[in-house]
Design a protein around this ligand. Structure first.
Ligand SMILES: O=C(O)c1ccccc1NCC(=O)[C@H](O)[C@H](O)COP(=O)(O)O
Length: 259
């Protein structure tokens, strides 16, 4: 079984069956890149805090009100919010992204399995400040086109890879923000040493580096920073807490009053 291949096959079918949504002039974006590069004295690293109702590896999460969780994350010191907009595997929607963005002042990342430039344009049109692209599932020419489309639309493209080879492809495609996913999306095995191993090899060439998935402790955050991460992307370990925003505040050592 290759879950990532199955998801991308489903996404291509869905896109083929859906007429173009069109795009409209959008308001200025919140600067995702700047938020990840900003340094906060006393904090180990910037956090992109993720909201999702369920995941293939984690099953359902206890918090289903994503807006409330996102508000808690903002109070708890998050630098940006990641919203899973895939419905089938994560229980999300584009409406979730719009509602979360309206409820916080942070930049918002659309986390999904985008397969075409037109979806990048549609993400920009509904207000996403950044989009996730998955290098492991996009061939070089398409990835380059989607990175260029994001730039033209004024949204940041966080290009995710699981291996050094795919991260190199992301850089060659023009990516400035590179995420190393500690989770192998084909098998769902997670090892936070993955990003620690790969990030130092990219540090001089990537503008922004993000360690994604499986991070749980302040020590994990510090290790990611020491290996060159500007930010970490964290979902499940926060969402398992009764108060995700407070859990984040504790990890960051800030006095937030999360939800
Ligand atoms: O998380 C999954 O089970 C999953 C399955 C298939 C494709 C993507 C998947 N997750 C995306 C992510 O990598 C995470 O949402 C993200 O990096 C946060 O990870 P975590 O902190 O472990 O929730």
């Amino acid at each position: 079984m290759n879950l990532l291949a199955d998801i991308f096959a489903r996404k291509r079918r869905e896109l083929a069956a859906r007429p173009p949504q069109g795009s409209r002039i959008r308001p200025p974006t919140r600067d995702f890149t700047a938020a990840l590069l900003q340094r906060h004295p006393g904090r180990a690293v910037n956090v992109i805090a993720e909201v999702k109702r369920k995941s293939p590896s984690g099953g359902p999460f206890p918090h289903q009100d994503l807006v409330q969780v996102a508000r808690g994350y903002e109070a708890g010191g998050a630098s940006a919010i990641s919203v899973l907009t895939d419905d089938v595997d994560f229980g999300g929607s584009l409406a979730d992204l719009e509602q979360v963005r309206a409820a916080v002042s942070l930049p918002v990342l659309r986390k999904d399995f985008l397969v075409a430039p037109r979806e990048v344009e549609e993400s920009a049109a509904i207000g996403a400040d950044a989009v996730l692209l998955i290098a492991d599932a996009l061939e070089d020419g398409l990835m380059r086109e989607m990175v260029a489309t994001a730039k033209a639309c004024g949204v940041a493209a966080l290009v995710e890879a699981h291996t050094e080879a795919h991260a190199e492809r992301a850089l060659a495609a023009g990516a400035e923000l590179v995420g190393i996913n500690n989770r192998d999306l084909a098998t769902l095995r997670t090892d936070i040493a993955t990003a620690l191993r790969v990030m130092p090899k990219l540090r001089e060439r990537a503008r922004v580096l993000v360690s994604e998935s499986g991070l749980k402790t302040a020590a994990d955050f510090a290790a990611a920073r020491a290996a060159g991460a500007d930010a970490v992307l964290v979902g499940e370990s926060l969402l398992r807490d009764a108060e995700p925003g407070r859990a984040l505040a504790r990890l960051l050592g800030v006095g937030g009053t999360g939800a």
